[in-house]
Write a protein that binds this ligand. Structure first.
Ligand code: 8YV
Length: 314
């Protein structure tokens, strides 16, 4: 029996690639020198696209695959997949939620601690001889701070639960009050949420409606002592407004795992001392990436076996 043809948009760890090559006919789009010619040759026989949260599948790619049935995303974020194009043709879409929730929430907490206590600078202070000249400057206490969670989905909820362990006063903004948010204040307006927060954690899924939801007004409300944490998507933050505020001191500091144009950062970030920069690795552990790969492959296998998808988006 012919192994289903799958268009692979980006690289996967070897432990996934070996298994995918065994079960499917994989066409490595990311390795092709002439992508237009590659799509012309492979597109017509492609039944599924295997992509990643950071890469997605744009309309042109989808249009080049007239027999496309499924797009399986290795990642929870499917904002880079053209869902309208999929809806128009009845193309199914899956992602890999839940298996990466803990890692993303864990990294957000680590970023809060690193930023608030200046741990990235303290490491340099201990290593470069500064300590001999004097003690490390005082930083900011984390326990008991006021935390605002922008988006109380799986990851936002996991972050809030972790921050309860630091006795933080927790509030959140979401599309509506949540049943699983006992003891946390619901503040729908992002500006109001930022105004009452010391730390604002951006966890919501990126959509057209959330683009730049963290705008100049939100950043100003968070203020000169405020800390912004973004583990969602760069599109949720007005990056120019953020850089302006970090440079002027209108915003205290920021810890970011996602950036416009990543992996190429705006050089203005590199000149700042009041930021923690992370290379989009919130789900980046062996355990979690293995679970993501398994779930992505299980969705593909289920589809071709005519069985229900495990984690459908569409
Ligand atoms: C990606 C992410 O999956 O889950 C997401 O949406 O942003 C990441 O975990 C990552 O880019 C995988 O390569």
């Amino acid at each position: 029996m012919t192994k289903p043809h799958i268009l692979q948009i980006g690289a996967y760890p070897d432990w996934d690639q070996v298994l995918m090559d065994a079960d499917f006919t994989m066409h490595r789009y990311f390795e092709s020198a002439d992508k237009a010619a590659f799509l012309a040759a492979v597109g017509p026989k492609t039944r599924a696209i295997a992509t990643r949260g950071d890469l997605g599948a744009h309309a042109t790619l989808i249009a080049a695959c007239p027999n496309l049935e499924l797009i399986s995303v290795y990642g929870v974020g499917y904002d880079a997949v053209d869902l309208d194009a999929c809806r128009a043709r009845g193309i199914r879409v899956t992602n890999t939620p839940d298996v990466l929730t803990d890692d993303c929430a864990d990294l957000a907490v680590g970023m809060i601690l690193m930023l608030s206590r200046g741990m990235h600078k303290a490491e340099a202070w201990a290593r470069d001889g500064s300590w001999v000249k004097g003690g490390f400057p005082l930083q900011r206490k984390v326990s008991g701070a006021r935390a605002g969670i922008l988006g109380l989905g799986r990851i936002g909820h996991a972050v809030a639960r972790r921050l309860e362990g630091f006795d933080m006063e927790i509030a959140y903004s979401a599309t509506g009050p949540k049943d699983n948010a006992a003891g946390w204040d619901y503040i729908p307006d992002p500006v109001a949420l930022a105004a009452r927060s010391d730390i604002l954690v951006v966890t919501l899924a990126a959509t057209a409606a959330t683009r730049h939801i963290v705008n100049r007004q939100v950043i100003k409300a968070l203020g000169p002592q405020g800390m912004l944490i973004n583990i969602s998507r760069a599109a949720n933050v007005d990056e120019t407004a953020l850089l302006d505020a970090l440079e002027s001191g209108a915003l205290g500091s920021a810890a970011l795992d996602v950036f416009e144009g990543e992996p190429n950062l705006n050089p203005r970030f590199l000149a700042l001392r009041n930021v923690v920069l992370q290379p989009h690795h919130a789900s980046g552990t062996v355990e979690t990436r293995k679970a993501m790969g398994q779930l992505m492959r299980d969705n593909l296998t289920a589809h071709f076996a005519g069985k229900p998808l495990l984690t459908p988006v569409l």
